[in-house]
Design a protein around this ligand. Structure first.
Ligand SMILES: [Ca+2]
Ligand SMILES: [Ca+2]
Ligand SMILES: [Ca+2]
Length: 547
C-alpha cells in the first residue's frame, strides 16, 4: 500500500513540474476567451484560471441554458488534456456549481451545473414550489444539456472530440448517473453511480415517515434520551447500545470480528428478542434501557415504511447502520435536526417536490411537532407531520416520480446498444439512501436488460457493496478508493473490475483494508490461518472474492 502511495505521489509531482502553469501564451488566453463566441451557446465568461494550490492553470468557462441552468466547464490546457470528458455529479438538492479540481488535475475536461436553481436564493426543496420547469431541470434536463454544452465547448477548445466520456457521482449524483443511462444512453461510455437516490420520491417519503415515528406521541419513541429532564435530548447511549448488540449478533458471521458486517442480509436481529434483557422496568426510562415505544421505533427503522395495506414502500435500514441514524433522523442536542435545522434531506420535500400540485409552504418552525399548519394564511402552509405515506401508494407522487425517479430497469440502449459500462457502489451502513433499494434496482435491471443472464450482465455492469461504509463516504468499514479509476480501465482497456481495494483510515492511518467484490460475490479471508481477527492481516492480498 505504501509503495502505491509513493508511486502516485511521484506521478503527481511530475505532472506539476511539467505543467504549463506559468507559461500561458496570448494564444492560449485567446483560445479560451474565444469560447464566448461559440454559436448556439450562451457563454457568460471564459478565461484562464492561473495555477493554484497544486491545480494547474486551466480554461474556465461559465454558461447559461435557459431558463435557469447555470453550468461551468473546467478545461485543462490542451497539453494537459487526457482526451476525456467528465460530467461531475451533484449532491443533495444541489443548486450550485461544483468543482472537480482533482479530476481536472488528472487531465479531465469536467462539467457541472447548478441543476437549474440557485440554493442561495432557494435553499432545500424550495425551487420546486409551483415551478415545474425547475423540477424537470433538476430531475434530468440540466445534466443532459450540460453534457451537450460541455462537449461542444471541449470540441471548440481542443478542436477534437473527447475519446471517452464519463459520469461520476454519488447520492443525487448516483441518481443522475442512472437517469442518464435510462434517458440519454449515448451521453457516456461509462457511468459510476454511488449510493443512488433513484427511488427519489419513495426515499423522501420514507424519510418523513421515519421522522413521524420519532416525533409522534411527544417523542415517546425517540432513541435519544433527555437524561436530566431539561427538554433537550442529550444522550445517544441507546443507539450505541443497539449498535453493540447488532455487532454482537452479526459481526462474526463473515468470519472476522472487525466491527464490520460483510453482508447484513445474512443476519437476523429481532429487536424485541435481542433487547429483551435491556427493557426498562418500574424505575422508568433512562438512557440505559429501552421502552416499548423505542423498540417499536427500532423495528420501524429496520422494516421500513408501510402503507395501510401493509405494503413496504421503501426498504428499511440495514443492520449495522445504527450510528448513522442520529445525524439524519433522531432529534437530539447538537445534530442537524436541532431547532431551525430540521431534516435537511426530507423535511421540506413533501411541500415542494412530491405532489403534482404543491400543498403549501413549510410551517414556521418545523421542529414543533404539535404546531398546526396555517391553512388560513395568504400562502397555505403544510406540515410534514400531516404527510400521509398512503399518498405514495395511491399514486399522488406519480407526476414527480416520472420527473425525478430513475427506476427504469431497461438499460439495453446504454449497456447493450451503446456498449456502455455501469459501475454501481453502495455502502451497507448508508442510512439515507437504501443499499437494499440499489440491490432491488440492480436485480430488476438484470432481468429487464439481460434476461437474468448473469455472465452477460457482468460484462457491462457490476454492483459493489462496501460493508460498513456510510452515505458516499465515511463509516466503520473500508470506505475510500478512487471511484473512477476502475471504470476507466474497464471502458478503455476492457479490464472489468473483479475487485476494488478500499481502505478505512483513522487519523490518516490505514487500519482496515479490504477487497470490495462485485455482487453477489463476498470478500473472503484467505490470509494466515487463524489470523483473521488480527488487524495486521486486514490487507487486500489476504482476501479474495468468492461467491
Ligand atoms: Ca452542481
Ligand atoms: Ca412542486
Ligand atoms: Ca465482520
Amino acid at each position: 500500500m505504501k509503495i502505491i502511495l509513493l508511486y502516485s505521489l511521484t506521478l503527481s509531482v511530475c505532472a506539476l513540474t511539467t505543467s504549463s502553469a506559468f507559461s500561458q501564451t496570448p494564444a492560449e488566453r485567446d483560445a479560451c476567451a474565444a469560447l464566448t463566441q461559440v454559436p448556439s451557446l450562451t457563454i457568460l465568461s471564459a478565461n484562464i484560471k492561473p495555477a493554484e494550490d497544486g491545480v494547474p492553470a486551466y480554461c474556465y468557462a461559465r454558461g447559461l441554458i435557459p431558463p435557469g441552468i447555470h453550468y461551468h466547464v473546467q478545461l485543462p490546457l490542451p497539453s494537459n488534456w487526457n482526451r476525456r470528458f467528465l460530467q461531475w455529479g451533484d449532491g443533495g438538492k444541489d443548486g450550485d456549481l461544483d468543482f472537480a479540481d482533482h479530476r481536472l488535475t488528472q487531465g479531465y475536461a469536467v462539467a457541472n451545473s447548478n441543476t437549474g436553481h440557485d440554493n442561495s436564493v432557494e435553499p432545500g426543496s424550495q425551487f420546486g414550489f409551483n415551478n415545474r420547469q425547475a423540477e424537470i431541470d433538476f430531475g434530468y434536463r440540466a445534466v443532459h444539456t450540460t453534457v451537450m454544452a460541455g462537449k461542444a465547448l471541449a470540441q471548440q477548445y481542443y478542436s477534437a472530440q473527447p475519446n471517452y466520456s464519463y459520469f461520476e457521482g454519488c447520492s443525487t449524483g448516483g441518481r443522475q448517473g442512472l437517469m442518464e443511462a435510462q434517458r440519454y444512453p449515448m451521453d457516456f461510455d461509462g457511468i459510476v453511480a454511488g449510493a443512488p437516490v433513484n427511488y427519489y420520491q419513495a426515499m423522501n417519503a420514507a424519510g418523513v415517515w421515519w421522522l413521524q415515528r420519532l416525533f409522534k406521541d411527544n417523542f415517546a419513541g425517540n432513541l435519544a434520551v433527555d437524561t436530566d429532564g431539561d427538554g433537550s435530548f442529550d444522550s445517544l447511549r441507546l443507539l450505541d447500545t443497539l449498535h453493540e448488540r447488532v455487532l454482537e449478533k452479526c459481526d462474526a458471521i463473515d468470519g472476522i470480528q472487525d466491527g464490520v458486517i460483510n453482508n447484513p442480509l445474512q443476519c437476523t436481529f429481532a429487536p424485541e428478542i435481542e433487547l429483551a434483557d435491556a427493557m426498562c422496568g418500574a424505575d422508568g426510562a433512562t438512557d440505559r434501557c429501552f421502552t416499548n415505544a423505542q423498540v417499536q421505533t427500532i423495528k420501524d427503522f429496520y422494516t421500513g415504511p408501510s402503507d395501510s395495506a401493509g405494503s413496504i414502500l421503501y426498504p428499511g435500514k440495514a443492520l449495522g447502520s445504527e450510528l448513522s441514524w442520529s445525524s439524519l433522523y433522531i432529534p437530539h442536542a447538537g445534530n442537524a435536526n436541532g431547532p431551525g435545522m430540521l431534516m435537511g434531506p426530507a423535511g421540506d420535500h413533501v411541500n415542494y417536490l412530491f405532489y403534482e400540485k404543491d400543498p403549501g409552504v413549510v410551517i414556521a418552525d418545523m421542529t414543533k411537532p404539535l404546531q398546526v399548519s396555517g391553512t388560513n394564511a395568504a400562502v397555505p402552509e403544510f406540515s410534514w407531520l400531516e404527510f400521509d405515506i398512503n399518498d405514495l401508494s395511491a399514486g399522488k407522487a406519480s407526476t414527480m416520480q416520472s420527473i425525478m425517479d430513475a427506476t427504469d430497469p431497461d438499460l439495453s440502449r446504454f449497456l447493450r446498444d451503446n456498449d456502455g459500462k455501469l459501475l454501481l457502489y453502495h455502502g451497507w451502513n448508508d442510512a439515507l439512501s437504501s443499499p437494499a433499494a440499489t440491490l432491488q434496482y440492480f436485480n430488476a435491471m438484470l432481468a429487464a436488460t439481460f434476461a437474468n443472464d448473469q455472465d452477460a450482465a457482468m460484462a457491462s455492469t457490476r454492483l459493489f457493496f462496501a460493508p460498513g461504509m456510510g452515505h458516499c463516504s465515511g463509516g466503520e468499514g473500508p470506505n475510500a478508493w478512487d471511484k473512477l479509476e476502475a471504470l476507466v480501465d474497464w471502458v478503455e482497456n476492457g479490464k472489468a473490475p473483479d475487485s476494488i481495494i478500499a481502505t478505512h483510515s483513522t487519523r490518516g492511518i490505514v487500519d482496515n483494508e479490504r477487497l470490495l467484490c462485485p455482487h453477489p460475490q463476498q470478500s473472503v479471508y484467505i490470509g494466515p490461518a487463524g489470523g483473521q481477527n488480527d488487524a495486521r492481516n486486514w490487507i487486500a492480498e489476504n482476501f479474495a472474492c468468492r461467491e
